[in-house]
Design a binder for this molecule. Structure first.
Ligand SMILES: Nc1ncnc2c1ncn2[C@@H]1O[C@H](COP(=O)(O)OP(=O)(O)OP(=O)(O)O)[C@@H](O)[C@H]1O
Length: 232
């Protein structure tokens, strides 16, 4: 599903460059639940943003569902983003002026669904996430865990095949974090959604099936499969 080939990312600095990612080659198959770990500044968010089509590599190739991302038109890339990819952020990134219902509905408006299709999809997600009673509240009226649930419902609304999550529990208490990780596990195992998360937490990482470790922009090739270690 995802193939990166010799991907580097750098920024100009003085007369030279600062490398954030170096020569990253990586395959992620449909149905995997991958955790990206590494010290602060090692390039985790940058890698996730490239995978989620929010940033472009400076060098190298990215194939999403066998399509060379760098050769796609802007229109096709936006379409891919809207239909195949859901993004979940640490700070939720909900729209403060919109209700829970409207936040979840937003990607469906972009996708061009009609009113009744949108209504039934949002109702389904509200029901699944036990948020029906909260549907007319604004983000500021919710707990952090509830805001993140809305963030995940919004990411799932358009029926993506992959969810990219950047420290999705970074602002949550441990019990809320566990609920979010259990939801991710269920989405992955029952619904078959591919999940790629950045996390600092070994506990969160163990919900997944594989850990990728970054250091100074390099991917550690000895990345382990948790199932092979007998963890799961
Ligand atoms: N636009 C930019 N211009 C210059 N340097 C940048 C830019 N964006 C990111 N960087 C640098 O890239 C490096 C990696 O950043 P990134 O956010 O990917 O790290 P991270 O591993 O996610 O860190 P953290 O765990 O602290 O969130 C950092 O040193 C950062 O300063």
């Amino acid at each position: 599903m995802i193939q990166l080939r010799n991907v580097s990312k750098y920024y100009p600095a003085g007369f030279g460059r600062v490398y954030v990612l170096r020569n990253v080659t990586l395959d992620i198959n449909q149905g995997e639940f991958v955790s990206i770990m590494g010290p602060s500044g090692s390039g985790k968010s940058t890698l996730l943003h490239i995978l989620g089509l929010l940033e472009e590599p400076s060098e190298g190739e990215y194939f999403f569902d066998d399509q060379p991302v760098q050769k796609l038109s802007e229109k096709r890339r936006t379409e891919l983003h809207r239909t195949q990819i859901g993004f979940v952020f640490q700070a939720y990134h909900l729209i403060d002026e919109l209700t829970v219902y409207e936040n979840i509905e937003t990607p469906l408006l972009y996708k061009g669904l009609n009113g009744s299709e949108r209504k039934s999809r949002v109702a389904e997600l509200l029901d699944r996430f036990n948020m029906v009673a909260k549907k007319d509240l604004f983000p500021a009226q919710l707990s952090g865990g509830q805001q993140q649930l809305v963030g995940i419902a919004r990411a799932l609304a358009a029926g993506p095949s992959v969810i990219f999550a950047d420290e999705p529990t970074g602002n949550l208490h441990s019990d809320q974090a566990r609920d979010i990780m259990e939801l991710f596990r269920e989405l992955n195992q029952k619904d078959g959604v591919t999940i790629v998360q950045v996390t600092h937490s070994e506990i969160n990482a163990e919900y997944g099936t594989r850990i990728l470790r970054l250091k100074d922009g390099w991917l550690d090739d000895s990345a382990v499969k948790l199932s092979e270690q007998g963890v799961k």
